[in-house]
Design a protein around this ligand. Structure first.
Ligand SMILES: *Cc1c(COP(=O)(O)O)cnc(C)c1O
Length: 404
């Protein structure tokens, strides 16, 4: 049987993954693979990375017993892995620092990436500023207008934001635009991908940089309760925060593992969800073979989620493999479930969570009451919700005060 954790030499996890790129990107990406294969075994590189995680990101992030949430739901005890407390407010800084350090080690001067909602762009611009690298972020012109605060953040951090005016002026065009610049200038430039997606070695590399989350959670759980948890839950967009938590537990058969996809407004209507594992078919997207939400011609379908960090029509290839072998169960949470979870966590724990992370909380709300009080669930709280409050306020009609 193929490994749950390791890709083969070609970057395949079972039937998924690999490296499917145009000829002009072969050499630049092979160079990244070679450099990473050396760096991951270099104690000095790893020590530098770990020091930044400690002193800059603020790791380890706490594993917090959500006592009032647990009491409210009745059933298993829920612990939250607090990635929302990291510098920049989410898990993405973990892999952005790793990629930026690797770029420096390779002698690159500049980081380049695409961003959709801007979260990856902000995390990468942060890492670039810290390490003295230039940063160029390609973003669809529509997203530039919609995600104005993140554009401001990136520019304040010294990044150049390129508004892409081609085609649908959204994420897909931003990816093409960033790759084109990279292919023409790779002697100086490192392409930094924002999740466990893309051509080999990115799914492995980003996963490795995120896996600190699960290593910490495993030890924290042993310290606090003296045994492993019964279940893990994480939201899945491309899949990096989920694999970050899951990796250290994949070979522990007693631990049930759930990935939660965005069910959006409806699973029955194309374009109203982003449930790739539930409704996707085999395809090739962004340099990897994986499950893809696609139309009859193989074009990626439009997607929707209340959480902009989850609206991606593909999925990291390792997730597709973990589904194939039955190690991880993939479920969905709708926009409405997610909003309910958002409000519950605000009121029971005093934590305003990212809407992405609320997909995981929503599944915990279903699972916990089916388990008994001795059992333990760890939920990955991938980010904080400050970025989401204007949207949520409008949806819920709060923020006008009350008079009496
Ligand atoms: C980007 C993002 C996600 C989704 O990305 P993954 O690669 O699936 O983890 C989830 N949560 C937050 C807070 C994010 O910013």
């Amino acid at each position: 049987m193929s490994s749950l954790i390791h890709a083969d030499d070609q970057g395949f996890f079972g039937d998924h993954g690999g490296r499917f790129v145009p000829p002009q990107l072969e050499a630049p990406i092979a160079e990244v693979a070679e450099a990473y294969a050396e760096a991951r075994d270099d104690p000095e590189f790893l020590a530098e990375y770990e020091a930044l995680l400690t002193d800059y990101v603020g790791r380890p992030s706490p594993l917090f017993f959500a006592k009032r949430l647990t009491a409210e739901l009745g059933g298993a005890r829920i612990y939250l892995k607090r990635e929302d407390l990291n510098h920049t407010g989410a898990h993405k800084i973990n892999h952005c620092l790793g990629e930026a350090l690797l770029a420096k080690r390779m002698g690159k001067r500049k980081l380049i990436a695409e961003t959709g909602a801007g979260q990856h762009g902000v995390a990468l611009a942060t890492a670039a500023a810290l390490l003295g690298l230039e940063c160029e972020i390609h973003m669809g012109a529509i997203d530039v207008a919609k995600q104005h605060p993140n554009v401001v953040r990136m520019e304040l951090l010294g990044a150049k934001v390129v508004a892409v005016e081609e085609g649908g002026r959204s994420l897909k065009e931003a990816v093409d635009s960033a790759f084109a610049v990279f292919a023409s200038d790779y002697a100086d430039t490192f392409f930094a991908i924002g999740s466990v997606v893309g051509p080999h070695p990115y799914p492995t590399m980003v996963r490795d940089f995120q896996s600190v989350v699960g290593r910490e959670a495993r030890q924290q759980c042993l310290d606090k309760i003296g045994r492993l948890p019964d279940a893990l839950i994480a939201a899945v967009g491309g899949g990096s925060n989920a694999l970050g938590l899951f990796t250290a537990f994949l070979e522990d058969d007693s631990v049930a593992i759930y990935g939660v996809e965005p069910g959006g407004r409806s699973l029955d209507v194309v374009g109203e969800h982003a449930a790739t594992m539930t409704l996707g078919r085999e395809g090739t997207l962004h340099g990897m073979k994986t499950l893809v939400l696609q139309d009859a011609d193989g074009e990626p379908s439009p997607v929707h989620s209340i959480a902009s960090g989850l609206d991606y029509p593909g999925i990291g290839p390792q997730h597709a493999h973990l589904r194939d072998v039955g190690r991880v169960e993939y479920v969905t949470a709708s926009d409405q479930d997610t909003l309910d979870a958002f409000q519950l966590l605000c009121r029971t724990e005093g934590i305003i969570p990212a809407l992405e992370s609320c997909h995981a909380v929503a599944h915990a709300m279903k699972l916990a009451p089916t388990l008994d009080a001795e059992q333990v669930i760890i939920v990955n709280l991938s980010g904080r919700g400050d970025k989401d409050i204007d949207y949520v306020a409008e949806r819920l009609g709060v923020g006008t005060g009350s008079s009496d």
